[in-house]
Each structure stands twice: as structure tokens, then as C-alpha cells.
Design a protein around this ligand. Structure first.
Ligand code: HEM
Length: 133
């Protein structure tokens, strides 16, 4: 493993920790934690850098890139990022005073299902990363 590839893997693992840690930190009333947002964005960037390095043969010990696996991970990661971005936008919108009133949805209600789904999909990507050999 080259030092560059190793450092990008570390950033990739920190991104995963940010997504799942952000979810865990708000688990009793799930909403978008900033760590989740930045983790989801950075997974796509660091993941694509890792693929680029692997295609260039850096840090792979000559092993070919598993394109179907990468494709699945990319689609899942895009879904994670989309869910977190939508949840964040809704959360911001419903934080405005105009949304407050009897029966109005709270920020937690509008964001929680999306945040739960994003965390579940991030976990799915960990399983794909480790178990798909
Ligand atoms: C929510 C998004 C993601 C999560 C949670 C995630 C998780 C992980 C984990 C835990 C590993 C380490 C696996 C191991 O060392 O056995 C890993 C490695 C890797 N991931 Fe991701 N990943 C995500 C998104 C992506 C994306 C979008 C790509 C590329 C398009 C990608 C490409 C890679 C590659 C190439 C490796 C191999 C690094 C190595 O040589 O060990 N990942 N990922």
C-alpha cells in the first residue's frame, strides 16, 4: 500500500465514521448532524480518488479493480448523499418561524426517516466494501 493510497483510505474511513457517528449522536431524535453531511460528500470524493489510484495500479498489488462492486458502492453513496442533502434542506426550511404552528411538522419529523435511511445505506456500503471480495 503506497503512502498516498493509505492516507486516502484513512480519509475514506473517517468519512464513514462521520456518517455513522453523526447518526449515532442524534439517534434518539434523528436529524442531520453536520458531520453526516460532510461525511457523505467526502465518501464520494475519496472513493473516486481510491478508484483512480487503483486504476493507475497504485497500492493494489496488481489486483484488478472490481468494477461491479465499485458501481454498486457509487450508486449507494450517491443515494446516501442525496438523502442527507434533502433532509438537511427540509430541516432548514422547517426551522423557519413560518412553519411553526399547531399541527406543523417539526424539523425532526421531516428529517428523521431520511436520516435513518441514509445511515442504513452507509452501513450497507460498509458490508459491500468488506464482504464483496
Ligand atoms: C457511504 C459511502 C461509503 C462507505 C461507507 C464506504 C466504506 C468503505 C470501507 C469501510 C472501506 C474499507 C474496506 C476494507 O479495507 O476492507 C472502503 C474501501 C474502499 N472504497 Fe468505499 N465506501 C463508501 C463509498 C465509496 C465510493 C463512492 C467509492 C468509489 C466510487 C468507494 C471506493 C472504495 C475503494 C476503491 C476502496 C478500497 C480501498 C482499499 O484498497 O482498501 N467507496 N470503503
Amino acid at each position: 500500500m503506497s503512502i498516498v493510497q493509505g492516507l486516502v483510505v484513512v480519509l475514506h474511513l473517517l468519512g464513514m465514521a462521520a456518517i455513522l457517528g453523526g447518526w449515532f449522536a442524534t439517534r434518539t431524535s434523528p436529524r442531520v448532524h453536520p458531520a453526516m453531511l460532510w461525511g457523505a460528500r467526502s465518501q464520494i470524493v475519496t472513493g473516486l480518488i481510491l478508484v483512480g489510484l487503483a486504476e493507475a495500479g497504485i497500492g493494489t498489488d496488481g489486483e484488478p479493480v472490481n468494477h461491479p462492486k465499485i458501481g454498486v458502492k457509487l450508486v449507494v453513496a450517491l443515494a446516501v448523499a442525496a438523502l442527507v442533502e434533502i433532509a438537511n434542506a427540509r430541516q432548514k426550511r422547517f426551522n423557519l418561524p413560518v412553519a411553526i404552528g399547531p399541527g406543523a411538522p417539526t424539523p425532526i419529523m421531516v428529517a428523521a426517516p431520511l436520516v435513518q435511511a441514509a445511515a442504513g445505506l452507509a452501513l450497507l456500503n460498509v458490508l459491500v466494501a468488506v464482504l464483496w471480495t
